[in-house]
Design a protein around this ligand. Structure first.
Ligand SMILES: [Fe+2]
Length: 442
């Protein structure tokens, strides 16, 4: 048990229990109608599903699920029930899952659910394709059409890098809980890589999966250096390009509302392939208003890895591509420090950026680079000599406090606000930066 909210892992003897997600400010899900629907199927035994995560799919109408079960399951399904506001089941659909392999006596499963409607409550549960079902979880989709949205960005959780797996997991749980309580209608979460410290330590993944909010909010995991070896064992992302990657992960992209997200596997130094993946993602989504890149390695840091050879090589190779493709912002992890750059182009600070009365950058040239600090308190890196980073860093802070970032998206703006999480318990704002677009996508 990592904390009092640890997800139950109980084999239910009769009918699977319908659960609400505590700590989630969304409409509670009492489940009577669904319970009845479930009862009609009379599962004689239940299925223990764990390591449950789901991510945005190719677009906002999809979610990609991944979960584990014990034993040698040959088949797996995920059942999706669309609910009205009184929890009555409006429609039900079952999606086939893959059984991708066995991990330490466990089966791993992946499924993509499609056809999701906006602003809609759903219940889901996992089955073995025969008679066993897991307990039921819920999530709510948000409106994206003609609507603003936001997502939450978390720097390296890296469970197991700090004072102990349980302590790190508790920190992760507190950050995820604080962030989703502050933004209960957030569309999804992003974790910037290094989910765990040791890829081969299942106990560290237990900690990463421990926040129960992860069964209610989609989370897009980015592959890091510490977790690369087991990334595909635990996560399911769509639109993998097969470029810039290996057997565990490659570059991928997804569209959400008006924004194209492109995630690069920075374990690979094949910048030519990263360029191909970026060009592919942009050419397939030419109408996206905003373009955001997600990386693990930080190209503009102020801490330990600021001058690493691999980082500098990636900077040399990728920055010109980001410039060419008008990438608005690049969100990054691994240096356990907070850095916001000036608007950058050609590895130089853009000469003239106009700001409005509120301090928002108006139609800025170039790209903004943001490095997130630890989201768990597990590890912080030391600031290096300012001569290394002052030429590009507008803000560089080592607060030694866990933080998360909210990114607010409208058709005409992107707003990046970073909050402290639990040490000061005040959710105070560390930094805020806003880009306003008055002339379309610049
Ligand atoms: Fe890290």
């Amino acid at each position: 048990m990592f904390n009092g909210k640890r997800r139950m892992k109980i084999l239910f003897a009769t009918i699977p229990m319908v659960t609400a997600v505590a700590g989630c400010a969304k409409e509670p899900y009492s489940g009577s109608a669904v319970e009845e629907s479930v009862a009609n199927k009379v599962a004689p035994h239940s299925l223990e599903a764990f390591h449950i995560a789901f991510a945005p799919g190719a677009d906002e109408t999809e979610r990609t699920f991944s979960w584990h079960t014990r034993g040698m399951d040959k088949k797996a399904v995920v059942e999706l029930n669309r609910l009205d506001e009184k929890d009555n089941v409006l429609s039900s659909e079952t999606f086939e899952a893959t059984v991708e392999g066995i991990l330490r006596g466990q089966s791993r499963h992946k499924a993509t659910i499609t056809g999701l409607e906006q602003n809609q409550l759903y219940a889901y549960r996992f089955g073995d394709g025969q008679r066993a079902w897991s307990q039921t979880y819920t999530f709510r989709t948000q409106a994206t059409e003609d609507a603003d949205f936001n997502f939450l960005f978390f720097g390296d959780p890296q469970i197991g890098a700090g004072d102990g797996t349980q302590i790190d997991a508790a920190g992760w749980d507190r950050t995820v809980t604080a962030a989703t309580e502050l933004f209960p209608d957030t569309d999804f979460l992003v974790s910037a890589g290094d989910q765990v410290n040791r890829a081969n330590k299942p106990i560290q993944y237990e900690g990463w999966f421990s926040p129960e909010e992860l069964t209610a909010y989609p989370i897009m995991p980015i592959v890091g250096n510490h977790d690369a070896a087991s990334f595909a064992d635990y996560f399911n992302v769509l639109n993998e390009t097969g470029l810039g990657g290996d057997s565990e992960a490659s570059d991928f992209y997804f569209i959400y509302g008006n924004t194209l997200f492109i995630a690069l596997n920075t374990q690979s130094d094949a910048v030519g392939e990263h360029r191909e993946a970026l060009e592919l993602a942009v050419s397939e989504n030419p109408d996206a208003t905003h373009r955001i890149v997600l990386l693990h390695k930080s190209l503009y840091s102020s801490a330990d890895h600021a001058l690493d050879e691999d980082v500098l090589a990636l900077r040399d190779g990728l920055v010109p591509v980001f410039d060419e493709l008008d990438i608005d912002a690049v969100l990054m992890g691994p240096d356990h420090v907070y850095v916001r750059t000036y608007q950058m182009k050609g590895d130089e600070v853009v000469g003239e950026t106009a700001y409005d009365k509120e301090g928002a950058a108006v139609d800025p040239e170039g790209t903004l680079y943001l490095t997130g600090n630890s989201s768990t308190d597990s590890k912080y890196y030391e600031m290096q000599d300012p001569s290394i980073y002052e030429r590009y860093a507008a803000v560089a802070l080592q607060l030694e406090e866990p933080t998360f970032m909210n990114v607010g998206v409208t058709d005409a703006s992107l707003t990046f606000t970073t909050y402290k999480t639990y040490k000061t318990a005040d959710l105070s704002v560390v930094d805020k930066y806003r880009i306003v677009k008055t002339e379309g996508d610049e």
